[in-house]
Design a protein around this ligand. Structure first.
Ligand SMILES: Cc1cc2nc3c(=O)[nH]c(=O)nc-3n(C[C@H](O)[C@H](O)[C@H](O)COP(=O)(O)OP(=O)(O)OC[C@H]3O[C@@H](n4cnc5c(N)ncnc54)[C@H](O)[C@@H]3O)c2cc1C
Length: 387
């Protein structure tokens, strides 16, 4: 099958994609299963990604990047996702490069940008974002973590959970209540906490059903003292900052999902032409043909929509509802396609040595993190219905 090339592909971007392919073959593919068993990637992989320029191609040169656009990080993320390396695509590049770096670039002071962004581009600094708490995920307004004014800074108390890059992170952006009396989304701020801050500790590396090599952790803040300049994007301005970054965040997850769909389809198209039952390749059975035809059609349609969203984002026109549609559609399709493809592999699809099995389990979380499918529907409905 001819999988559709992104509409935004250029010669320069295809050269970057080729370098990602070579990097995967040399540095990722031979070791990934070991990392999956270990439940974490080695810390040096971050530095290797940085050396290749994969961590921040879309950052300005002054902050360690290459002055690229969203497409420059998308082409890198897509290739890792397409080849089934979801930890690298989603929770490493997706969170660190696609989300946290842009929070800092778009909302940080010059001092904050200089302090964190070049290190994040080189892989010397690994970043995480900590919003979710044991009792507050979808309902972020319900967070209990506080950052109380104290002298010329703040004292942070509380705990976070499910935090990607939680074991490796050198800095975490913490969402905390700075004015506990303020109603709803008001009175919330984002604060930088460096990993050596007194009172900051990491819980265990959480045991998940998929994304095994992605370190996901609880984080604890016990009277963690930060200075006043640790606030990112203005005091009590946390929610507006979070809201502004949502379109990019959701499109990044949708981009991962689309590439994972295309990768799973490609493996399956190859497999059904080789595997024979009843004296013929399973690709000859009408069920296989229709299933592949349906999934390929869905993938192609999704590519057109995601390409449109990419163009809108690059023009500064992607709104939250449209990005939520992209996240909803792409991650739901990822679930359907990885399930449909695994079925066509039969028992082999259930074996860990076949990458489709990993694609299947890794896909599941995509409908949950970065806002669940149900929350996406709420946002879309509010936009469509006007309330
Ligand atoms: C592997 C992994 C990595 C993650 N990484 C991070 C990270 O780096 N940083 C971070 O801050 N968080 C992270 N998360 C947390 C993730 O964003 C939350 O799990 C997610 O937002 C859902 O919150 P919750 O788990 O509390 O579920 P809940 O909010 O308790 O939801 C439970 C169910 O209720 C539904 N529901 C809730 N509210 C509504 C509503 N209003 N209408 C209809 N249905 C509703 C949900 O859709 C869901 O089906 C990660 C999670 C996982 C699993």
């Amino acid at each position: 099958m001819q999988l559709a090339e992104p509409a935004w592909m250029t010669e320069e971007l295809s050269i970057i994609r080729e370098s990602v392919r070579k990097f995967i073959a040399a540095e990722i593919e031979p070791h990934y299963e070991t990392w999956e068993s270990d439940g974490i990637v080695p810390r040096q992989i971050w530095n290797k990604l940085g050396e290749q320029g994969f961590l921040a191609p879309d950052m300005p040169e002054g902050y360690g990047g290459f002055d690229g656009s969203y497409e420059h990080i998308a082409v890198v993320i897509e290739e890792f996702a397409r080849q089934g390396y979801s930890t690298i695509a989603g929770t490493m590049l997706g969170v660190h490069s696609g989300i946290v770096a842009h929070y800092i670039l778009n909302n940080g002071t010059e001092e904050q940008k200089q302090r964190y962004l070049p290190g994040m581009a080189s892989g010397e600094i690994v970043a995480a974002i900590a919003m979710t708490e044991p009792a507050a995920g979808s309902d972020l307004q319900g967070i209990k973590t506080t950052a109380k004014p104290d002298g010329n800074g703040y004292v942070i108390n509380g705990s976070k959970t499910f935090i990607s890059n939680g074991q490796h992170c050198d800095v975490v952006i913490v969402v905390a209540k700075t004015d506990p009396e303020a109603p709803g989304s008001k009175g919330t701020s984002l604060l930088f906490v460096d990993q050596d801050a007194k009172g900051f500790s990491r819980g265990r590396n959480l045991d998940k059903i998929g994304l095994h090599s992605s370190d996901t952790s609880e984080l604890f803040f016990d009277n963690v003292r930060v200075t006043g300049d640790a606030v990112l994007g203005g005091l009590n301005n946390g929610f507006p900052v979070l809201m502004n970054e949502l379109p990019r965040e959701r499109l990044t997850l949708a981009t991962c999902a689309l590439a994972a769909v295309e990768g799973a389809l490609q493996w399956t198209i190859n497999y059904v032409q080789e595997r024979e039952t009843f004296g013929q390749p399973i690709a000859k059975f009408q069920n296989t043909r229709f299933k592949i035809a349906e999934m390929a059609t869905e993938a192609r349609s999704l590519r057109a929509f995601i390409d449109e969203c990419t163009r809108l984002l690059s023009n500064g026109q992607l709104d939250t509802a449209t990005a939520s549609m992209a996240k909803l559609k792409a991650t739901e399709l990822q679930g359907e396609v990885t399930d449909g493809c695994l079925q066509l592999f039969g028992g082999y699809g259930y074996m860990r040595e076949f990458p489709i099995s990993r694609a299947f389990v890794d896909a599941r979380v995509q409908r949950i993190y970065g806002g669940t499918s149900e929350i996406m529907k709420e946002i879309i409905a509010r936009d469509v219905l006007g309330r």
